[in-house]
Design a protein around this ligand. Structure first.
Ligand SMILES: Cc1ncc(COP(=O)(O)O)c(C=O)c1O
Length: 397
C-alpha cells in the first residue's frame, strides 16, 4: 500500500494545545475555557495527509530556504484536481497564488468596488465577510437566505432588486455556504449568476469548502457553469479546509477575465502578496496531487459523525439540526429553547461545556442558532452530544 493510500488515524486524540491552535486559545475559549468542547473554529482536529507531511519533511531536509519561483508541479496539481474532481477545466494562466482566501476577498472588494459601493452578502453567512467589507469601506447589502421547513434557499426576488441598485457592484457568494451547509445546485447558481450579469454585479465566490460534500450532493464551481459565468467571476479557493492545512497559508484565485486578472495581479504586487511561503507551495502541491485518498477517508468519517449527531439531536427537544449538504459545520436551530442570544451562548458554555460559534456572529439572522464543528474524533463528539442532552434535560425540568 502506498503512503497515499494508508488509512489515516482519525480517531487519534491529538492535543491541539501543544501548538498555538486558535481553536483552543483563550482568545476563543476564554481564560476559564480549558475544559470546554472546542468546536468553534472551522478547522479539523485531524492530522494532515501523510503525503503532505512527507513532502514538508523532504523540503525541510533540503535545508536551504532562499528565494524561489513557483514549483513546476503546483499549477498542474491544482488544475488536475479541479478538473478530475469537479469537472472544471481551468487554464493555469488564470490562476493567481494567494496567502489565504480572505486576502483575495478583500482585494476583490477594494479593486472592483469604490468607497461606499455596495456588496451583497446572504446571511447568515461567514462572519469575516462583514469585517472585510467594513474595513474596506464597502457598503454591506444583505439579502438574507430564506429558511423554510429546515431548509435554506436564496431569495432571488430580493437579489434582483438589490442587484439592480446603481451602486451595487459585487456579490460575495459562499459556495458551499458557511454556516448553513448548503451546497448550491447548478440551477440555483445559474439563477444567481444571471441576475448578477443582468445588473453588472461581479460574483466573488468563496469556494473554500467545495471539496467537503455529503453523499448525494455535488459542488459546482460557479465559474464552471460556462464562459459567461466565468467571465463575471472571481473564485477564491484553498486546500486549507479540505486537507486541514489552514496554518500553511496557501490559497489561489481563479480569474478568467483578462482585464480583472491583470488588475488583481498589479494589486498583488503593489501589496507584495504575490508570493507563497516555500512550505505553503509544497503542502498545497502534495495535497492536491496525492491527498485524494486521505480526503475520501475524512469524508466517510464526517458522514459518520453527521449520522451520529443527527441521531443524538433527534432525541433532544428544542434543538433542530439544519440538514447540511456539505462542510464539516453543523448549523443548529436552538430557538425553541427560548433563550436570548447571550443567554444561549452562556447556556451552551456553562451547562453543556460547548464552545461553539454563536449564531449571531453570522448576522442577526443567526440569533438563536449555533455552529457546531464535527471534524473531531467520534469520541469527543459523542461526549459533547451527551452533555448537551443532559443540559437541555435539566433546563426543561
Ligand atoms: C467560507 C470561508 N471562507 C474563508 C475562510 C478563511 O479562509 P482563509 O484562512 O484561507 O483566509 C473560512 C474559514 O473558516 C471560511 O469558512
Amino acid at each position: 500500500m502506498s503512503i497515499a493510500d494508508t488509512p489515516p488515524r482519525l480517531d487519534e486524540d491529538i492535543n491541539r494545545r501543544e501548538v498555538p491552535a486558535l481553536k483552543t486559545h483563550s482568545m476563543v475559549l476564554g481564560h476559564d475555557g480549558a475544559d470546554l468542547f472546542a468546536a468553534g473554529v472551522a478547522d479539523m482536529d485531524f492530522k494532515a495527509p501523510r503525503v503532505v507531511l512527507q513532502a514538508l519533511q523532504q523540503r525541510l531536509d533540503h535545508g536551504v530556504f532562499g528565494y524561489e519561483t513557483v514549483p513546476c508541479g503546483l499549477m498542474p496539481a491544482l488544475t488536475a484536481w479541479l478538473e478530475a474532481r469537479h469537472g472544471w477545466a481551468v487554464n493555469k494562466a488564470h490562476i493567481l497564488r494567494a496567502p489565504n482566501v480572505l486576502n483575495s476577498l478583500a482585494i476583490a472588494a477594494s479593486l472592483f468596488a469604490d468607497d461606499g459601493d455596495g456588496v451583497i452578502v446572504q446571511p447568515p453567512v461567514f462572519f469575516d465577510f462583514y469585517d472585510i467589507l467594513q474595513e474596506n469601506n464597502r457598503r454591506l447589502i444583505v439579502n438574507p437566505l430564506i429558511l423554510q421547513d429546515g431548509h435554506y434557499t436564496m431569495d432571488f426576488d430580493g437579489l434582483e432588486v438589490l442587484a439592480a441598485a446603481p451602486r451595487t457592484k459585487i456579490l460575495y457568494l459562499c459556495n458551499p455556504h458557511n454556516p448553513v451547509g448548503r451546497v448550491w445546485t447548478q440551477p440555483e447558481l445559474r439563477r444567481l449568476g444571471d441576475i448578477c450579469a443582468r445588473h453588472n454585479v461581479l460574483v466573488v465566490s468563496d469556494e473554500i469548502h467545495g471539496d467537503i460534500t455529503f453523499s448525494g450532493h455535488k459542488y459546482t464551481p460557479f465559474a464552471s457553469l460556462g464562459a459567461s459565468y466565468a467571465d463575471n467571476a472571481i473564485t477564491c479557493l484553498s486546500p486549507a479546509k479540505s486537507f486541514n492545512i489552514a496554518a500553511c497559508c496557501a490559497a489561489f484565485t481563479v480569474i478568467s477575465n483578462d482585464a480583472r486578472r491583470a488588475a488583481f495581479q498589479v494589486e498583488n504586487s503593489r501589496l507584495t502578496v504575490n508570493k507563497n511561503n516555500a512550505f505553503a507551495s509544497v503542502a498545497m502541491e502534495a495535497a492536491y496531487s496525492s491527498g485524494g485518498p486521505w480526503l475520501a477517508h475524512v469524508l466517510d468519517y464526517l458522514e459518520d459523525n453527521l449520522a451520529l449527531a443527527r441521531a443524538a439531536l433527534e432525541n433532544i427537544s428544542g434543538v433542530e439540526l439544519i440538514e447540511p449538504d456539505g462542510t464539516f459545520l453543523l448549523w443548529l436551530d436552538l430557538r425553541e429553547l427560548g433563550l436570548a442570544p447571550d443567554d444561549l451562548t452562556a447556556f451552551l458554555r456553562k451547562k453543556a461545556g460547548w464552545a461553539v460559534t454563536r449564531g449571531q456572529a453570522f448576522g442577526p439572522e443567526g440569533q438563536g442558532f449555533a455552529r457546531l464543528n464535527i471534524a473531531c474524533t467520534k469520541a469527543k463528539l459523542e461526549a459533547a452530544l451527551a452533555q448537551l442532552a443532559i443540559a437541555v434535560d435539566h433546563k426543561s425540568r
